[in-house]
Design a protein around this ligand. Structure first.
Ligand code: GLC
Length: 749
């Protein structure tokens, strides 16, 4: 019987192939399971072609140093000879399709390419920078903006973004704080997962793209806030203060992980076996692909970790790394390293298998041009709906830091405004280094956006972009101020100083800008400061001189419209900062997650001699993590616990009544912090472990509830395992990390 069946099948196979249809090679046969197709394809690949799948170069703009770039012709030859697996910085349907055709129709095996780009906070419709967006404390909002970014990127031929960046950082000197979600690891983990969901969706379809969680790991702790610098900390600190967002992103299904430029335990993380081998692959079971950061394999030579590119390749591969971005080291040396037995073919095959699996899952072998649809590119990018979403996100990202005498809001058209600031009428300045294909000309600037509500508004630059003092600009500003009711001044730094390679030693308001504010104060008119930039600046000198301050960050395409929603009061600001605002540069790095030390400062008025303090400034930041005001007032009633004790496997419930005692509706982010008073490793005096964003009508009271379990109370040991030790804990609830009410809790064995 079996023989008869086999003969029938054989005849069918012959019939099909003789009917002019070439018999499909198994890896090209979409009716076969993906794993079978991978096995078949892998068996046909030479070691050079396998190394090619691990080779990634920029096909467009340089987002790193152009190291001996061989030019487009050479890159296309690599595609033709199967020595290329993916490109970054090529986008656009026409551009990606042209290169894909070479890979699919001219190379020996026709393996499609992946196209990647840093779509960090928007492709064409640019959303607020991630740090600003995180201040909304609205995870659905953040997920939504990533899904819009993905939809536009996928319509532009892209399969893959190098986002979300999830590096925790409390150092405002580091330019890349702009890309993350601030200083708290627990909050950062929630944001990381939301952004992965937004970019990737639930399935690989033509409106989502592969996400990349970066920069693994601990890159936000670069020494002195200086880019590309070393990172040195204990594994216990790494687990508790830096790894949670990476883990959350991996658990949310991030398709890829990118290593950082830093070292950990003295080894460049491109070749750090503990991080990639022990943590990522073994402990977290990561099954996706690893991609290096720009030329970071090569940079092991500069670090003094290897002597040459071949050693770099060997070290990186044997640590578990995979795709080599822009070093071109793997494609050059991997074949010989395998032949010499220095790199196992098993690791190479595992890496190539993971890459091929994604290409099969994306359907690229059946539809290599599936992301290159010109009609979709026209219909899905920079739509009115996307811009409206960008405006909604922008207004929810603006933090009201000060509002003395309720200078704000200013009802549209109700006052004559004079606007000042060299970036206020510049679209480019509202875009940071990672603004994808965003076009500054399509951007609603502060000036254009506010003018729609205040047609009689006047504008003067007020100060030079380059920081130079310019009395003529101040004179002009003073003249203009005379005719206005309210003076609105944009101060801060532009997007040109936000992102990679933008570390600054003094994240402060420029002296020439303070000079303008001082001069305008002589008019006696109310002053509203709009603070721009991708990091918290030191506002200590500015604060006393102005009546109101809005932290506007860098808000992207809808900058002006978003700020106008808040300034006019059409939207009641609800954002709260996710990074502390330093009182002075000397405090940096600074976060709310401080340790008590052996000599804590006593409450104000106590004896501060021989205590952990500065002699010239306070220990506290100017504005603490979680701080942000509203146009209404929220009053917290007395919190309560449903029990004073709990078992390690139990839980307690915290409740706190919150009342909107003001005259208008508003949203409040109620925060829950914990403290472990006695622990086998010292723990911060506060750790964020819960929040609720609640909307309250004027006069309304809501009882906000939090459930606290071991998960919220435990710490991670040096192996990354949660540990809950019985003993005394405190729970804190309040509007920010400083203003809280305390509850006592005992965890009994
Ligand atoms: C850059 C960045 C990284 C980015 C990559 C590609 O150096 O560090 O975040 O994804 O190169 O542009």
């Amino acid at each position: 019987m079996k023989i008869i069946l086999q003969s029938i099948l054989f005849c069918l196979f012959i019939t099909q192939s003789t009917a002019g249809q070439p018999a499909k090679l198994p890896y090209k046969n979409a009716t076969l399971p993906i794993e079978e197709r991978i096995n078949d394809l892998l068996s046909r690949m030479t070691i050079e072609e396998k190394a090619g799948q691990l080779n990634q170069v920029s096909g467009g703009a340089f987002t790193g140093p152009a190291l001996n770039d061989p030019g487009q012709k050479s890159k296309m030859e690599d595609v033709r000879t199967g020595r290329m697996g993916s490109f970054l910085n090529v986008s656009g349907v026409v551009e990606t399709k042209a290169i894909q055709k070479i890979a699919v129709e001219e190379s020996r095996l026709g393996i499609p390419l992946l196209f990647a780009m840093d779509v960090i906070h928007g492709y064409k419709t640019i959303f607020p920078v991630p740090l600003a967006e995180a201040c909304s404390w609205d995870l659905k909002l953040m997920e939504n903006s990533c899904s819009i970014a993905a939809k536009e990127a996928a319509a532009a031929g892209l399969h893959w973004t190098f986002a979300p960046m999830v590096d925790v950082s409390d150092d405002a000197r580091w330019g890349r704080v702009v890309e993350g979600a601030g200083e708290d690891p627990w909050f950062g983990a929630l944001v990381a997962a939301a952004r992965v969901r937004g970019f990737q969706g639930k399935t690989f379809d033509d409106a989502h793209i592969l996400s990349t969680v970066k920069h693994f790991a601990g890159y936000g702790a670069v020494q002195s806030g200086r880019e590309y610098n070393y990172v040195d900390m204990s594994r216990q600190r790494l687990w508790n203060a830096y790894l949670p967002p990476y883990q959350a992103a991996v658990e949310a299904g991030a398709a890829s992980v990118m290593n950082g430029f830093n070292t950990f335990e003295g080894i460049p993380v491109s070749a750090q076996p503990y991080l990639v081998g022990e943590v990522l692959k073994k402990k977290w079971g990561f099954k996706g692909i690893l991609v290096s950061d720009w030329a970071s394999f090569d940079e092991m030579m500069s670090w003094g970790y290897v002597a040459n590119q071949k050693d770099a390749t060997e070290k990186a591969m044997n640590a578990g790394s995979m795709i080599d971005m822009e070093s071109r080291a793997v494609v050059k040396y991997l074949p010989e390293l395998v032949k010499e037995g220095k790199v196992s073919i098993q690791h190479v095959d595992d890496a190539v298998r993971r890459i091929l699996r994604i290409k099969f899952q994306l359907g690229l072998f059946e539809k290599p041009y599936g992301y290159s649809d010109e009609a979709r590119e026209k219909s899905r990018i920079f739509t009115a709906e996307h811009r409206m979403q960008a405006k909604e996100t922008a207004k929810r990202s603006v933090v009201l830091l000060k509002n003395q005498n309720n200078v704000l809001p200013i009802a549209a058209g109700s006052k004559k405004i004079a606007l000042f600031g060299s970036h206020a009428n510049s679209g480019q300045s509202a875009l940071d280094f990672w603004s994808g294909a965003g076009d500054a000309r399509q951007l609603s600037t502060l000036e254009s956006g506010l003018r729609e509500d205040f047609p009689t508004m006047t504008y003067a630059k007020g100060f030079q972009d380059n920081g130079a003092s310019d009395p003529s600009l101040i004179k002009e500003a003073l003249e203009m101020a005379k005719q206005a009711d309210v003076l609105v001044i944009q101060v801060g730094i532009s997007g040109a100083l936000a992102g990679e390679d933008r570390s600054v030693a003094f994240p402060v308001i420029g002296e020439n800008q303070l000079e303008l504010v001082r001069a305008l104060r002589t008019t006696g008119k109310p002053i509203v400061a709009l603070i721009t930039g991708g990091r918290p600046l030191v506002l200590t000198q500015l604060e006393p001189m102005v009546d109101a301050m809005l932290q506007c960050w860098l808000l992207g395409t809808e900058t002006g419209h978003g700020v106008a929603e808040v300034l006019t009061g059409r939207y009641n600001p609800s954002a709260k900062t996710v990074m502390s605002f330093p009182y002075a540069v000397g405090q940096i790095p600074i976060s709310y997650r401080v340790f008590n030390t052996g000599r804590p400062l006593p409450p104000a008025g106590g004896d501060s001699t021989w205590k952990s303090r500065y002699r010239d400034i306070p220990n506290d930041p100017l504005y603490p993590f979680g701080y942000g005001l509203s146009y209404t007032r929220f009053e917290y009633g007395t919190p309560s616990l449903n029990a004073p004790t709990m078992k390690p496997n139990g839980s307690v419930e915290v409740t706190v009544p919150v009342t909107n005692s003001g005259s208008r509706e508003g949203e409040e982010v109620v925060q829950l912090y914990i403290r472990d008073h006695v622990s086998s490793i010292v723990r911060p005096v506060k750790e964020l472990k819960g929040f609720r964003k609640v909307s309250l009508k004027a006069g309304e009271t809501q009882t906000v509830r939090f459930t606290v379990t071991a998960k919220e109370l435990a710490f991670l040991n040096a192996e990354g395992d949660p540990v809950l030790e019985p003993g005394k804990f405190s729970l804190f609830v309040g509007p920010n990390s400083k203003q809280t009410q305390e509850l006592k809790l005992e965890v009994n064995p």
